[in-house]
Design a binder for this molecule. Structure first.
Ligand code: NAD
Length: 352
């Protein structure tokens, strides 16, 4: 029996509604497998936790989470209670950084039954491999003076190690897929870091002659995600570019509520974290209509991560069948509740 010891952090808003559903799906899929078991430990870390304790997690929160095989996270953020930069830097970013989750993978595809806002899109299926530990999301910089003389300086950090690492991962990923890799750049406007990014990418292309490559400026690339998403396979991007591109990827899929993501630790020293692309969706929280598919598909990525590729594929097939058969929450044009969609998924898992 393989036991996967999960830290479950529902977080805020709809995270609290979709997480119990996704956990039930994982339990059902493990039962079908027969030789796999998930053990769950739930953590209340959230903005409500902050209001009660003055911090987003326990002082030894990182130590506690470290003991798990993986972290399954919903969404964090409730700007009415806690400023977003406080909640983000108090929970999500420390986890990603302390656990060296240096790669963020975010797939996007046209799902049967979900209408994309694009008119007549060709079938697309691509994956953004995003640098997850440095780049534009850094604490380096500062502010000085007040009033009209105030200055804010924000430094972006691009190390050779981090840049080569994300590109290596993306090339390897592309090798397992359609062998087509696009680099998101902006070397015409960003003077130092992006020409460096391009140089590293170019040097890697020589090591992977089998992979067809292209570099596209982020502004044009964003437009191409809309006008011809089917032309992409794997895209490698810096932290900020990847973040923006993947919201766009989720949007062309039809809803951010279905988009999955994984934060991967590569050295095996710490757990990886699996969290959907979307946030806590305060505008729909409490209505029972949040789409659980982003969280459940994220669970599929976790199965893949633990080598259960066949099971992961079965789960994704079921998700697609359920949606194609019309079990849809309002964000993708249906009238079903969170629970009704996840119950249908579980019902079909049990028929496997
Ligand atoms: N990884 C994370 O935890 C994460 C990611 C993004 C935003 N946030 C936080 O979430 C809060 C809200 O942010 P936001 O409004 O910019 O982004 P959001 O992703 O929460 O919501 C954007 C839009 O998508 C919809 N949506 C999101 N998830 C959905 C789901 N599962 N089903 C149906 N519709 C869904 C929302 O209703 C909203 O209209 C903020 O505090 C923000 O910082 C957290």
């Amino acid at each position: 029996m393989i036991t996967i010891n999960l830290a479950v952090v529902p977080g805020d808003g709809v995270g609290k509604e979709i997480m119990p559903e996704a956990v039930d799906v994982l339990t059902a899929i493990a039962e079908v497998h027969g030789g796999l078991k998930f053990q769950y430990e739930w953590y209340p870390y959230s903005c409500e936790y902050y209001i009660e304790h003055g911090k987003m997690m326990d002082d030894d929160g990182i130590e506690k989470l470290k003991n798990h095989d993986a972290i399954f996270l919903g969404a964090v953020g409730n700007p009415k209670l806690v400023a977003d930069h406080v909640s983000l830097w108090g929970l999500l970013l420390p986890i990603r950084r302390e656990f060296e989750q240096v790669i963020n993978i975010r797939p996007a595809k046209l799902v049967k039954g979900v209408s994309s806002p694009l008119a007549n899109p060709s079938e697309f299926e691509f994956v953004v491999v995003r640098e997850n530990s440095e780049g534009e999301y850094s604490e380096v910089g500062g502010r000085i003076h007040k009033g009209p003389d105030e200055i804010a300086i924000q430094n972006a950090i691009f190390t050779r190690k981090g840049t080569e690492r994300v590109m290596e991962y993306a090339f390897q990923y592309a090798m397992q897929r359609r062998r087509h890799l696009t680099s998101a750049t902006k070397s015409n406007g960003i003077f130092h870091s992006m020409p460096f990014w391009d140089e590293v990418f170019h040097s890697m292309t020589e090591r992977y002659p089998e992979v067809d490559t292209q570099s596209i400026h982020i502004d044009a690339l964003s437009a191409f995600f809309v006008s011809k998403p089917h032309t992409f396979d794997v895209i490698v991007a810096s932290n900020l570019f990847g973040d923006i591109l993947t919201d766009l990827g989720a949007a062309v899929m039809g809803s951010i509520g279905i988009a999955p993501a994984a934060n991967i630790n590569l050295n095996g020293k710490y757990p990886s974290m699996f969290e959907p692309v979307h946030g806590s969706a305060p505008d729909i929280f409490g209505k029972g209509i949040a789409n659980p598919i982003g969280q459940i598909w994220t669970g599929k990525m976790m199965l893949d991560h633990f080598g259960e590729l066949e099971l992961g594929t079965k789960l994704l097939n079921i998700i697609e069948e359920v949606v194609a058969d019309g079990f849809k929450t309002p964000d993708i044009g249906g009238s079903f509740t969170t629970k009704e969609v996840s119950s249908e998924i579980i019902k079909r898992i049990k028929m496997l």
